[in-house]
Design a protein around this ligand. Structure first.
Ligand code: MG
Length: 183
Protein backbone atom coordinates (compact mmCIF):
# COMPACT_ATOMS: atom_id res chain seq x y z
CA UNK A 1 0.00 0.00 0.00
CA UNK A 2 1.31 3.50 -0.81
CA UNK A 3 2.25 5.90 1.89
CA UNK A 4 0.19 9.09 2.00
CA UNK A 5 1.61 12.61 1.91
CA UNK A 6 -0.54 15.72 2.26
CA UNK A 7 1.26 18.72 0.79
CA UNK A 8 0.28 22.38 1.12
CA UNK A 9 0.67 24.95 -1.70
CA UNK A 10 1.15 28.46 -0.25
CA UNK A 11 4.56 28.95 1.36
CA UNK A 12 5.27 25.27 0.75
CA UNK A 13 5.43 24.96 -3.05
CA UNK A 14 5.84 28.70 -3.70
CA UNK A 15 6.60 31.97 -1.90
CA UNK A 16 2.99 33.09 -1.43
CA UNK A 17 3.96 35.59 1.29
CA UNK A 18 5.87 37.74 -1.21
CA UNK A 19 2.88 37.92 -3.55
CA UNK A 20 0.63 38.81 -0.61
CA UNK A 21 3.03 41.48 0.57
CA UNK A 22 3.03 43.07 -2.92
CA UNK A 23 -0.77 43.34 -2.73
CA UNK A 24 -0.93 44.56 0.87
CA UNK A 25 1.66 47.30 0.51
CA UNK A 26 -0.57 48.77 -2.20
CA UNK A 27 -3.36 48.93 0.38
CA UNK A 28 -1.05 50.39 3.05
CA UNK A 29 2.50 51.40 2.18
CA UNK A 30 3.50 50.87 5.82
CA UNK A 31 2.60 47.20 5.72
CA UNK A 32 5.65 45.37 7.15
CA UNK A 33 7.54 42.85 4.98
CA UNK A 34 7.18 39.06 5.44
CA UNK A 35 10.42 38.91 7.47
CA UNK A 36 8.45 40.38 10.36
CA UNK A 37 5.26 38.32 10.01
CA UNK A 38 5.60 36.51 13.29
CA UNK A 39 1.87 36.32 14.05
CA UNK A 40 -0.90 35.46 11.63
CA UNK A 41 -3.13 38.33 12.86
CA UNK A 42 -0.48 41.02 12.36
CA UNK A 43 -2.39 42.33 9.32
CA UNK A 44 -5.19 43.62 11.59
CA UNK A 45 -3.10 46.69 12.47
CA UNK A 46 -2.56 47.63 8.82
CA UNK A 47 -5.66 46.84 6.75
CA UNK A 48 -9.29 45.82 6.97
CA UNK A 49 -10.42 42.22 6.95
CA UNK A 50 -12.00 42.84 3.54
CA UNK A 51 -8.73 44.19 2.12
CA UNK A 52 -6.79 41.27 3.54
CA UNK A 53 -9.01 38.52 2.17
CA UNK A 54 -9.49 40.35 -1.12
CA UNK A 55 -5.70 40.34 -1.59
CA UNK A 56 -5.53 36.59 -0.87
CA UNK A 57 -8.42 35.83 -3.21
CA UNK A 58 -6.92 37.92 -6.02
CA UNK A 59 -3.73 35.91 -5.83
CA UNK A 60 -5.58 32.60 -5.84
CA UNK A 61 -7.83 33.78 -8.68
CA UNK A 62 -4.67 34.53 -10.71
CA UNK A 63 -2.70 31.53 -9.45
CA UNK A 64 -1.76 30.41 -12.96
CA UNK A 65 -0.45 33.81 -14.06
CA UNK A 66 3.17 33.90 -15.21
CA UNK A 67 4.28 35.96 -12.23
CA UNK A 68 3.47 33.24 -9.67
CA UNK A 69 6.22 30.65 -9.86
CA UNK A 70 6.81 27.58 -7.72
CA UNK A 71 10.09 27.18 -5.86
CA UNK A 72 12.74 25.78 -8.23
CA UNK A 73 12.86 22.60 -6.10
CA UNK A 74 9.09 22.04 -6.03
CA UNK A 75 8.86 19.87 -9.15
CA UNK A 76 11.68 17.55 -8.04
CA UNK A 77 10.33 17.46 -4.50
CA UNK A 78 6.94 16.10 -5.58
CA UNK A 79 8.28 13.70 -8.20
CA UNK A 80 10.84 12.30 -5.73
CA UNK A 81 8.13 11.80 -3.12
CA UNK A 82 6.01 9.97 -5.64
CA UNK A 83 9.01 7.97 -6.84
CA UNK A 84 9.55 6.89 -3.24
CA UNK A 85 6.06 5.40 -3.05
CA UNK A 86 4.03 8.28 -1.70
CA UNK A 87 0.51 9.03 -2.85
CA UNK A 88 0.29 12.84 -2.88
CA UNK A 89 -2.73 14.89 -1.89
CA UNK A 90 -2.15 18.56 -2.52
CA UNK A 91 -4.24 20.44 0.03
CA UNK A 92 -4.57 24.20 0.02
CA UNK A 93 -6.45 26.54 2.31
CA UNK A 94 -8.42 28.33 -0.44
CA UNK A 95 -11.85 28.41 -1.98
CA UNK A 96 -12.75 25.44 -4.21
CA UNK A 97 -13.86 28.12 -6.71
CA UNK A 98 -10.18 28.51 -7.62
CA UNK A 99 -9.78 24.88 -8.62
CA UNK A 100 -9.29 25.44 -12.36
CA UNK A 101 -6.52 28.00 -12.04
CA UNK A 102 -4.86 25.93 -9.33
CA UNK A 103 -4.93 22.81 -11.53
CA UNK A 104 -3.55 24.80 -14.46
CA UNK A 105 -0.72 26.14 -12.28
CA UNK A 106 0.22 22.65 -11.05
CA UNK A 107 0.13 21.25 -14.56
CA UNK A 108 2.02 24.15 -16.12
CA UNK A 109 4.92 23.69 -13.72
CA UNK A 110 5.02 19.90 -13.80
CA UNK A 111 3.95 19.57 -10.16
CA UNK A 112 2.71 15.98 -9.85
CA UNK A 113 -0.02 14.87 -7.45
CA UNK A 114 -2.79 12.31 -7.08
CA UNK A 115 -5.54 14.42 -5.54
CA UNK A 116 -6.23 18.11 -5.13
CA UNK A 117 -8.13 19.29 -2.07
CA UNK A 118 -9.17 22.96 -1.80
CA UNK A 119 -11.10 23.98 1.31
CA UNK A 120 -10.92 25.85 4.58
CA UNK A 121 -10.79 22.67 6.68
CA UNK A 122 -7.94 20.61 5.25
CA UNK A 123 -6.98 19.14 8.63
CA UNK A 124 -10.07 16.93 8.34
CA UNK A 125 -8.07 14.99 5.77
CA UNK A 126 -5.58 13.83 8.38
CA UNK A 127 -6.23 10.34 9.65
CA UNK A 128 -4.40 7.18 10.68
CA UNK A 129 -3.43 6.59 7.05
CA UNK A 130 -1.67 9.95 6.70
CA UNK A 131 2.08 9.38 6.91
CA UNK A 132 3.42 12.86 6.40
CA UNK A 133 2.03 16.41 6.24
CA UNK A 134 4.07 19.17 4.59
CA UNK A 135 2.81 22.63 5.55
CA UNK A 136 4.01 25.95 6.97
CA UNK A 137 1.06 26.77 9.25
CA UNK A 138 1.74 25.83 12.90
CA UNK A 139 -1.92 25.01 13.57
CA UNK A 140 -1.98 22.59 10.63
CA UNK A 141 1.31 20.97 11.64
CA UNK A 142 0.06 20.56 15.20
CA UNK A 143 -3.08 18.80 13.94
CA UNK A 144 -0.87 16.54 11.84
CA UNK A 145 1.17 15.56 14.90
CA UNK A 146 -2.07 14.91 16.85
CA UNK A 147 -3.25 12.57 14.11
CA UNK A 148 -0.01 10.60 14.32
CA UNK A 149 1.52 11.86 11.07
CA UNK A 150 5.00 13.23 10.63
CA UNK A 151 4.80 17.02 10.27
CA UNK A 152 7.38 18.90 8.29
CA UNK A 153 7.64 22.20 6.45
CA UNK A 154 9.63 25.25 5.48
CA UNK A 155 10.83 27.55 8.24
CA UNK A 156 9.21 31.01 8.36
CA UNK A 157 8.93 33.81 10.93
CA UNK A 158 5.34 32.73 11.69
CA UNK A 159 6.22 29.15 12.57
CA UNK A 160 9.67 29.60 14.12
CA UNK A 161 8.33 29.93 17.67
CA UNK A 162 6.54 26.58 17.31
CA UNK A 163 9.50 24.61 16.03
CA UNK A 164 9.73 22.53 19.20
CA UNK A 165 6.14 21.31 18.92
CA UNK A 166 6.92 17.97 17.35
CA UNK A 167 7.43 19.05 13.79
CA UNK A 168 10.47 19.64 11.69
CA UNK A 169 11.13 22.94 9.88
CA UNK A 170 13.73 23.42 7.16
CA UNK A 171 15.32 26.05 4.93
CA UNK A 172 14.34 24.52 1.59
CA UNK A 173 12.39 21.68 -0.04
CA UNK A 174 15.48 19.53 -0.60
CA UNK A 175 16.01 19.47 3.16
CA UNK A 176 12.32 18.71 3.68
CA UNK A 177 12.62 15.81 1.23
CA UNK A 178 15.74 14.42 2.91
CA UNK A 179 13.97 14.58 6.25
CA UNK A 180 10.93 12.70 4.92
CA UNK A 181 12.96 10.07 3.14
CA UNK A 182 15.34 9.72 6.08
CA UNK A 183 18.45 10.54 4.07
MG1 MG B 1 0.74 27.33 3.51
Amino acid sequence: MSKVAVVDIDNTLWQFCDALYEKLRKVNQNFPPPESWTHWDLWESYCSKDDFFKAINEIHFNQDSDQYLPYPQAEGFLSSLRGSGYRITIASHRSPHFREQTERWLQKHGLVYDELHLSFHKTRLFDMFTDVVVDDAPQVLEKAVESGARAVGLLFPWNQAYSKNGFSLHDDLNEVLSHILGK
